[in-house]
Each structure stands twice: as C-alpha cells, then as structure tokens.
Design a protein around this ligand. Structure first.
Ligand code: KG4
Ligand code: ZN
Length: 322
C-alpha cells in the first residue's frame, strides 16, 4: 500500500509517499515569507500553503513514480487552523476524487511514529520523546494509536524556547538551527543557568528563557556563543533527566526521539550516550515533512484505524485521542 502524506500544520508545505519498502519521496517547501517577521504569521502561512500545495504534492507523486496512491493522509491537527485546512481539504478532496481512503493524521503522532520509519529494530513498547516547536512531551507508546502521556511542558515547548533565546541573541528565524550552529563554538563553563524542575516528570522552559534574558541584560559583555551553549546545555540536561526518570519509573529501556529539536546536535550527542538503545531519525525526518504523515497514515490504516466518520481539522488534538 502506497500512501501520500500531506503536511501543512505550520510553515512547511510538505508531501511524501511511503510504501512497504519505505520512503518513496519526500518534498518539503519551507516558507521563507515569515523570516522578515521573526516568526510564523498564520494568515501568510495559510495563503502560501494554498499557493504551493498542488506543486508540492505533484512533485512528491512524480518522484515516487506514483500516479494514484492507495490512500491519502493529511495532518488534521494540532496546528494553525488556517494552515491545517489547506492540506486537510486538499487531501480529503483528492482521496475522494481518486476513490481511495482518507486518513486524518495527528501531527504529534506522526512525529512520534517517525523513529519506526528510520529504525527497523524499534518496536513497541517504547518511550517517545517528542520535542518540537509547539509541543514537548514524553509518551509511553504501547501500539499505533495507544500513547500514555508521561510528561509535558507546562509552559514553552523546547523549540519555542530555542526560537525565543535565538531572538534574544539577535539571530534570525527559525532560531533553533542557528542557535545550534552558534553554540558549537561556545564555551558554557563560565555561565550558570537553572535546570527547571516541576511537579513529577513535567517540563518547563519559560523560567530558563527568562534567566537567559536577565543574564544577557545584566552582563552585556558575554559572548553570544557562550550563552547559546549554556542555554542548550540546560535544555539538554532537563530533557535527559526526564528521560532517565521515565525509564526508571516505567522500566522501559527503549527511547525514540522526534520533532524539530531532535535535530539539535548537543541533544543527539547526549542521548546517544545513554546506556540503552535510542533511535534518532535523520535530520530531514526530525523537522516537519510529508513522509512522516504518509507513514503515520499508513501505520493507522494497517492497524485497522480507518477514516473516522467525523474527520475534521482541529487546532488542539492530543495524540491517540479519537
Ligand atoms: O517539528 P518541527 O519542525 O515543527 C513543529 O511541529 O513545531 O519543529 C520546529 C522547531 C523550531 O522551534 C526549531 O527552532 C526547532 O524545532 N529546531 C531546532 C533545531 N532544528 C529545528 N532546535 C534546536 N536545534 C536544532 N538543530
Ligand atoms: Zn512538527
């Protein structure tokens, strides 16, 4: 079964085709229209998705050598509603025209399942750390569609905190990758930043972001690369701490990491050193892409989750929630 996946939840217009043999194509168009605003402008995102969607899907189908997929999956949430509606409506209408099933896909579930696409040795149950721009959470993944939330951020997501700190340091947008690159030449040793704790396993990044702001304001002589390195070390320490505590609490010694921040080089290095198997997808599959949506849609169909009668796009939607 070859599945076309469409992703338009934020600022990437993306489409990919996944079949039994794996990824057949993956076409991602990153919207640069937001750069001069320093963040995603929802109205612009929706309009650019509408302009790009047909060419992006055509490219994915052509590269896969696929004229008509066996099913269409599209991100239905969570995300910006005006952006989601473009891919969702395109996907549903084309599935109807082709006479094939349509699968609405949860964006976080698509991230969460991506490591299965990248690593054939990974199997349920596993701990899933999803670290993206809008969400940061740790799940116990039992099966396709069955996820127990072990921890989530009580304020900013890790990617959001990276983007905000990048802005504080005068870097451009999107800030995460620029911060990552800057930090490679930084020395964090002279800078002390808090490691925020919260109740249970939950995460919190907003206090850390404020600590960086205070630091930059009170010590203007600090080198931006040192601040970037110290901030990323704190983020990574907090994430690794929660993973280790989740392993101790559940006894599951298998971790799969996904979402844009999973592309971070410091996080990847630290996670790879943990004393249990950790799957980190290749960088192109960490940030938003169409193949992850195709893969999740395909996994849902194979697991017997067909098209729900009330398929709709929604800005808020937890993975596994019907
Ligand atoms: O998963 P994603 O592409 O979109 C959402 O679902 O939000 O994640 C985007 C987030 C952004 O906040 C971006 O700054 C961050 O991932 N990001 C990174 C890196 N690459 C992307 N953060 C830190 N280091 C990176 N290398
Ligand atoms: Zn994402």
């Amino acid at each position: 079964m070859r599945v076309l996946g469409i992703e338009t939840s934020c600022d990437e217009t993306a489409a990919g085709v996944v079949g039994p043999e794996g990824i057949l194509s993956d076409a991602t168009f990153t919207q640069l229209e937001h750069v001069r605003f320093g963040g995603v402008v929802p109205e612009i995102a929706g309009r650019v998705h509408a302009e790009r969607i047909t060419a992006t899907v055509d490219e994915a189908l052509a590269r896969a050598g696929c004229e008509r997929p066996d099913a269409v999956a599209a991100t239905a949430g969570p995300g910006l509603i005006g952006a989601l509606l473009v891919g969702f409506s395109w996907g549903r209408a084309s599935a109807f025209a082709w006479g094939v099933p349509f699968v609405p896909v949860n964006h976080l579930e698509a991230h969460l399942l991506t490591p299965l696409l990248a690593d054939a040795s990974l199997d349920f149950p596993f701990l899933a750390l999803v670290v993206s721009g809008g969400h940061t959470a740790l799940y116990r993944a039992e099966a396709v569609g069955r996820y127990a939330t072990l921890a989530r951020t009580v304020d900013d997501a890790a990617g959001e905190a990276c983007d905000k700190v990048a802005r504080l340091l005068g870097l451009g947008y999107p800030g995460g990758p620029l911060l990552d690159r800057l930090a490679t030449r930084g020395n964090p040793s002279g800078i002390r930043l808090p490691r925020p704790r919260s109740r249970g396993l939950d995460l919190s990044f907003s206090g850390l972001k404020t600590a960086v702001r205070t630091l930059v304001e009170t010590e203007p002589g600090l080198l931006p690369e040192d601040v970037a390195a110290a901030f990323l070390d704190a983020v990574v320490d907090v994430l690794v701490d929660r993973v280790q505590r989740a392993v101790a609490a559940t006894g599951i010694r298998r971790l799969a990491v996904s979402g844009g921040v999973a592309a971070n080089s410091r996080l990847r290095r630290r996670l790879a050193d943990l004393p249990f198997p950790v799957t980190l997808p290749p960088l192109t599959l960490c940030t938003d892409n169409g193949a992850m949506v195709a893969h999740a849609g395909r996994a849902r169909l194979l697991a017997g989750h067909g098209e729900p009668p009330d398929a709709r796009a929604r800005p808020v939607w937890a993975p596994g929630e019907p």
